[in-house]
Write a protein that binds this ligand. Sequence first.
Ligand SMILES: C[S@@+](CC[C@H](N)C(=O)[O-])C[C@H]1O[C@@H](n2cnc3c(N)ncnc32)[C@H](O)[C@@H]1O
Length: 453
Amino acid sequence: MNKTGSGAAVRAEAARVIDTVAVQGRSLDVALSQADRQTDPQDRALLHMLCYGTLRNHWRLRWFIVQLLDKPLKSQDRIVESLLAVGLFQLLESRVPDHAAVSLTVEATRRLRRPKFAPLVNAVLRNFRRIGLATVEPAEEEARFNHPAWLIERLKQDWPSHWRQIVDANNGRGPMWLRVNAKKVSRPDYMERLQGAQDQGAGPPGQHETLDGFPQGIRLEEPRPVRELPGFADGLVSVQDAAAQLAAPWLLAEGGMRILDACAAPGGKAAHLLELAGPGASLMAIDADAGRMSRVGENLERLGLVATLKVADASRPEGWWDGELFDRILIDAPCSGTGVIRRHPDIKLLRRNADIGVNARLQLDLLSALWPLLAPGGRLLYVTCSVLSAENDEVITRFLREQPGATEEQVLPNYNIRDLMHRRVRGFQILPGGADLDGFYFACLDKKGRTTG
Ligand SMILES: C[S@@+](CC[C@H](N)C(=O)[O-])C[C@H]1O[C@@H](n2cnc3c(N)ncnc32)[C@H](O)[C@@H]1O
């Protein structure tokens, strides 16, 4: 494979990634994993920075392009617009010096086999600086807030006092949070190992912080590749946002022996459940996606944990359930991902308003299908990484209306998180950016009857 390391090649590759996401509608993860293979390892951090930054600023950059072009480019040359977006992002936000950003982006037109556009790209980027367009505030909300109009509308409706906080957090970057494996190491011991590795110049630099209410969480000041984390290969630690670390202790607050994780891949919460579960507890992990499920197996193996794994549709238990009731059920439901946009900026481009109603139906189906599998006295935790009521409290409100045997447990599992939690009609929401956490929704449902586990 022809690997190129020049700055122009990286800009061209970034434009291809943006085109794959923005025009072809594919996910950033898929587009980047292909692009990584075409890119020198030493240039991959730059490639990722350009792609994430350009997508975070998508609507603003497209607004600039409309102002700077006399007319839109023909559809067969649309990739040049993606290249312009990459170029403008560098001028707007990155630390790349202007002259390098302009000349390497102009040179990238040749890599994209569009050399005749070199003068146009040069003129657009220079005009952007010359007329000071970066300081102009667009009137359109999409361009001002870098979100699609439908999502801004929904956020305003659901979060009239917080929607600006949410869009600002979505347009920022998420920190790296670790979760120590409580079965193998204590947090103070692991923090000592981090410090030791840092003192030897091998570990992640910067401060490592903890947050009250998240007993296994450590926040790294500087995100690092996992291979640089001491003991990662031996299963001492995993990468998981602290908000996601609330699910396992919440579900297991009062024990539980037979546990079902109905939407388990890639296995972050399943692993945490097993790390915290008492001796003799067992976990069945289900996921509909075979490819993602293989990652659950890899993650559990690295952590030294064991579960029963099944690739199946959780909403059709007749295909996989052996008839034994569960004491605890986690439904970490498929959703819009609107709470984790800062980590996946392509969500802003790929989701459609119509998806939300489809998700809500699937979420209610999962709840209705799995509730009969819960033992009397058992507990079900419904979780999403969405901030939209239609996927959260509205789903739970409808479910509780249909299930008189279900009650909502309204007491938080942990006093220290009370200031982070927004009470909803039903359930609780952590908003993105609050204490620098991802956005997650939780509803804890208990089944009437005698406790079994
Ligand atoms: C939010 S992710 C789960 C994340 C996981 N719990 C973790 O902490 O790593 C939702 C998962 O639900 C799975 N899924 C979607 N529909 C499903 C269904 N009908 N049955 C089982 N899994 C499903 C998706 O493949 C996806 O892996």
